[in-house]
Design a protein around this ligand. Structure first.
Ligand code: B1H
Length: 831
């Protein structure tokens, strides 16, 4: 390390808190101008909007700085047990608004900037969001660290500082085209790089046996190459509580030693290429949501950040003289899906090879330090690494995995004598189609606790995906239903509604969301309903203005806003939603109904498809083509519109969700582990049309059947149909409305007369649809009729919307974190 330990003061002032700027408009302006002058090196009059944004960000940072240093110092001093959240993704969203809120500076900043002739919202619009995640899993990690900070829980988030986050989506002729996400091109004022705290991460090579000084047989890893992991710290401010936790993201750089070797060989060009090779590790986020890519670089990323994080925690937090036998008194590593599971053999390697532990001693410690959250039910989403690849990259880890497996299978044979079929099913090593490590099995063996992310999902994990493990270790299994942070998704995103809530029940709901219950009686108060409607109307106007400027999209006034935003995936069934639109259109143009029978409605889609996922991309193409035909057709009398703004991200979600009337949560039952968008919509006063899947089940239980539009098969019905044999052609032949919609696509009307453009989609639905779109079509259409009936009675609708909000406080990520603390971590908050 270049610098010595930070907590040995070398100056009497070293432990004194850094001065926090005065919490007043004057104090703020002074600090802002100071940053503009000294950091950006410009005067106010010569400053660009980017200068102003950066100076503002630095100003807000300064207000949080003393709390951050204090939190960090206390967490090292206090020696309390901490959580290390290990996640390959953090979908943070913009930082400025959240930091202003956490420091109680929003009003002061607005006024101070106004005095400087600057509009705060304009500076906020400058920020490029760090899109370091794909969808729900990455956003969940961001919500969780927000809640941990707000609830005073000693914790640190560890992840990867991707140079390119999730791609920027554009449409060319209605097809998705991906652009690199250059979120760092103007630099980020929110990060604190610490190159002096770099950690060396090894790869490749071989292992060898040797005898140590005490005559013990030992193994050592002789790696072939290495990279430097450079930590970048981010503040994670709690809401108005004086705590600022840390998110530590690792960036890869080439090591000196590595270059030198090649430089000395005289091959300069190869040396420079080698540098690029090392730095590729943190270059880009893999854009597949739910379907992991078995790419070597991906495994490199996983090991890179997990090994750096474990080393970092042991060296920086615990310090030299800590007895690692007691590691589980100080830390629990929470595994966000299987992506960080290589941390299990890594901790074993550190304890055995580096610290001289015996196997049993090391396993005793390791098996208490990890807990595993599973986020999926789709078999194709379960990560598997070929032993050939894993052994080439991490030879010592593969040996350790084999050794863990040997001991584990012995246990299985003990418990289930003679049941070799079970042994084969449970083995950490799969033999077909190739020899490979099943990461979910490794995680299940090592973890103290295994949790799913909604009640139904956790039950299906126990009954199906991980049934053998639940038979062996029932006590390991638990559920923690997901949640979302009320700070970002209610207080910030919907400040009008927040104002109404606070004026009605006080501001306690921001950190105690169950208090929204107090609003239940307001559902019957006409005056409150009127105010609630005004808020919705305001949010719709705000969205209209944004989409006009951002996408050139014109939202009509007075429409029901029907929103489906989430990653594009067959199981989520955007296809069902677009078939509904096509069907409405078909009925009008064929004269079956007249346009004025349609409820004026705008259907908004937002969705990115994984770049290599053909059917998902074809669905985007279809939606865009339907939009361009439907939106222009005068026969609809402007009563049905489709809007598909490109590049759906957290920033857009914050504007879209508060404006929505109807939330589409229409996955095939048993496929969506939880969903978290569903929670955000309900909390912002949208009604849900949804299947009995994921957290929809719990939302419906809480809001009540009268305020939720349920449709579709249940999970057992899906299973039964699958077992009996699903024949989509029968639904097509027997349902004229469905047939007419599908035929309309095949007529070429959405593809300039070409009948074959969407064959990939129609034949998938007709012949081999794993996600049974046709089977739920009828029921979906019927539920949409109920939606229209209810919407016709605005008082009834608003009443239900208010009750949705009032009854879903359970879905705060604060509650999720409390559940993790009691059911999994055995941790209590500080103070
Ligand atoms: C979820 C993923 C995921 N489940 C692999 N699994 C990935 C898997 O890059 N990869 O390889 C990326 C993401 N993401 C989602 O997690 C579930 O589908 C949602 O239902 C759930 O709400 C969310 C948070 O638990």
């Amino acid at each position: 390390r270049v610098l010595g330990p930070a907590n040995k003061p070398t100056h009497p002032m070293a432990l004194a808190p850094v001065a926090t700027p005065r919490h007043s408009v004057d104090g703020f302006v002074q600090e802002f101008l100071h940053e503009l002058n000294t950091t950006q090196g410009v005067t106010l009059s010569a400053s660009t909007i980017n200068d102003q944004y950066k100076a503002l960000a630095l100003t807000v940072r300064n207000y949080l700085m003393a709390r951050w240093l204090e939190t960090t110092r206390n967490s090292i001093k206090s020696k309390s047990k901490a959580v290390a959240y290990l996640s390959a993704e953090y979908l943070l969203g913009r930082q400025l608004g959240n930091a202003l809120l956490a420091a109680d500076l929003a009003d002061i900043a607005q006024e101070g900037l106004k005095q400087c002739g600057i509009e705060l919202w304009q500076l906020r619009a400058q920020e490029v969001e760090p899109g370091l995640g794909n969808g729900g899993l990455g956003r969940l990690a961001a919500c969780f660290i927000d809640s941990l900070a707000t609830m005073n829980v000693p914790s640190v988030g560890y992840g990867i500082r991707y140079e390119y986050g999730i791609f920027r989506q554009t449409f060319v002729d209605g097809r998705q085209v991906e652009q690199p996400d250059t979120w760092l091109s103007l630099g980020s004022p929110w990060e604190f790089p610490h190159p002096e705290a770099a950690v060396t991460i090894n790869f490749g090579g071989t292992t060898e046996k040797y005898t140590d000084e005490d005559g013990r047989e030992r193994t050592r890893w002789l790696p072939e190459w290495d990279v430097q992991a450079i930590p970048y710290n981010y503040m994670v401010p709690g809401y108005l509580n004086g705590r600022v936790n840390t998110l530590r993201l690792w960036s890869a750089e080439a090591t000196r030693a590595f270059d030198l070797q090649i430089f000395n060989s005289g091959d300069y060009a190869r040396a420079v290429r080698a540098q690029t090779f090392a730095e590729n590790i943190s270059k880009v986020l893999y854009p597949e949501d739910s379907t992991p890519q078995g790419k070597e670089l991906r495994l490199q990323q996983q090991y890179f950040f997990v090994a750096a994080s474990i080393r970092d925690f042991i060296n920086q937090v615990l310090g030299e003289d800590f007895d690692l036998h007691n590691l589980s008194d100080r830390i629990i590593f929470q595994l966000n899906d299987t992506h960080p599971v290589i941390g299990v053999p890594e901790l074993m390697r550190v304890l055995i090879d580096e610290e001289g532990f015996g196997w049993d001693e090391a396993w005793e410690v390791t098996s208490k330090c990890f807990a595993y959250t599973c986020h999926t039910l789709l078999p194709e989403a379960l990560e598997v690494w070929p032993t050939e690849l894993l052994g080439r990259l991490l030879p010592r880890h593969l040996e350790i995995i084999y050794a863990i497996n040997d001991r584990f299978l012995e246990q299985v044979r003990d418990r289930f004598p003679g049941d070799e079929v079970r042994v084969g099913r449970m083995s950490i090593i799969a033999e077909y189609p190739e020899r490979a490590v099943r990461m979910a099995h490794l995680a299940s063996v090592a973890a103290t606790k295994i949790n799913g992310v909604a009640e139904l999902h956790s039950q299906l994990l126990r009954d199906k995906v991980l049934k053998d493990f639940a038979d062996l270790w029932p006590e390991k299994f638990t559920n923690v239903t997901n949640g979302v942070t009320p700070r970002r998704f209610l207080r910030m995103a919907n400040y009008k509604l927040s104002g109404l809530l606070t004026e009605t029940i006080g501001s306690g709901w921001v950190t105690d969301l169950e208090r929204l219950r107090e609003l239940e009686p307001c559902a019957d108060d006409p005056e409150f309903r009127e105010k609630f409607r005004e808020v919705k109307a305001f949010n719709k106007r705000r969205l209209t203005n944004l989409l006009r400027a951002r996408d050139g999209i014109d939202l009509p006034e007075g429409h029901m806003l029907d929103v489906m935003v989430k990653r594009l995936h067959e199981y989520k069934r955007q296809s069902l939603k677009i078939l509904h639109v096509i069907s409405l259109y078909e009925q009008v143009i064929s004269g079956k109904i007249s346009a004025d029978e349609i409820t004026p409605r705008t259907v908004v889609f937002g969705a990115k498809a994984a770049p290599g996922y053909r059917l998902a991309k074809d669905t985007i193409h279809l939606i865009n083509k339907v939009a361009s035909v439907v939106n222009e057709d005068k026969r609809l009398d402007g009563r049905l519109k489709v809007a598909f703004p490109a590049n759906y991200n957290v920033t857009l979600a914050e504007k879209l969700i508060p404006a929505a009337d109807l939330s589409e949560q229409i996955s095939l039952a048993g496929k969506e582990a939880s969903g978290t968008g569903n929670m955000k919509f309900a909390l912002n006063g949208a009604l849900t049309i949804g299947t009995d899947d994921g957290a929809n089940v719990e939302i419906r239980e809480l809001v009540g059947d009268d305020h939720f539009f349920l449709f579709g098969m249940t999970e057992p019905e899906v299973e039964a149909l699958q077992a009996k044999g699903y024949h989509p052609g029968e639904y097509y032949q027997n349902n004229p409305q469905l047939k007419a919609a599908v035929d309309l696509i095949q007529s070429g009307i959405f593809s300039g007369g070409d009948r074959g453009t969407f064959d990939s989609l129609t034949s998938s639905w007709l012949y081999h649809d794993r996600f049974m779109v046709f089977a739920d079509f009828d029921s979906y259409i019927a539920a949409q009729k109920k939606v229209e009936e209810k919407y016709a009675d605005q008082d009834a609708w608003t009443r239900s919307a208010i009750l949705n909000m009032a009854r879903t406080g359970y879905f705060s990520s604060d509650r999720s974190m409390r559940d993790y603390m009691t059911r999994i971590w055995n941790i209590t908050p500080d103070f």
